[in-house]
Design a protein around this ligand. Sequence first.
Ligand code: C5J
Length: 226
Amino acid sequence: MTKSDIRHIEARPFDFPFSLDSVGLVVIDMQRDFLEDGGFGASLGNDVSRLRAIVPTVARLIEGFRSADLPVIHTRECHRPDLSDLPPAKRDRGNPSLRIGDEGPMGRLLVAGEPGTEIVPALLPVVGEAVVDKPGKGAFYHTDFGTILEQKGLKQLVFAGVTTEVCVQTTMREANDRGYDCLLATDATESYFQHFKDAAIEMIVAQGGIVGWACETDTILEAIHD
Ligand code: C5J
């Protein structure tokens, strides 16, 4: 088989077609601010340990793409230090203990360059991997994510990261609308709410894969190393 041959990954709602010269991994927002105590996720009252539990699986998925010499792209949700890319509607909503831009135990919440904004140590990008800083939930909004995908010649995207129903699903929907085939690694994504994760996966695969496909990490790794 050559790199451009069409292969398949067993997935819901049906097999996911891909080729090794046009598939890449997108890891969404595996940041200390979402996974660690004292970060943005915790400031909203969430149980962040749920998200930490997927780190070993995400690490395995990333390592699998690296060892198959396939692109890995990381995203981080964060804002400029002057908060000029933070709409008041996003900063002011709700009643969190700390707001975006406030000083917390890991620096200013969701602000570029602060310790809490970094990707957790076990999943740090390596040289050559793109890191996309995004001010919104979706990775295409006000970023060069789309240009990066085009430059790398990607057409099929495997998704991992957090949270399933917010930034992961939003980016999958944006990518789907732009013509990318999107596959979610169901055990390499997590939500603060189990029922939202389950519902998001069902929404993605419903109606003949209206947003995309879903399957587990091992199935993806077997297929890309076949
Ligand atoms: C949230 C995200 N939950 N990465 N961000 O605000 O899903």
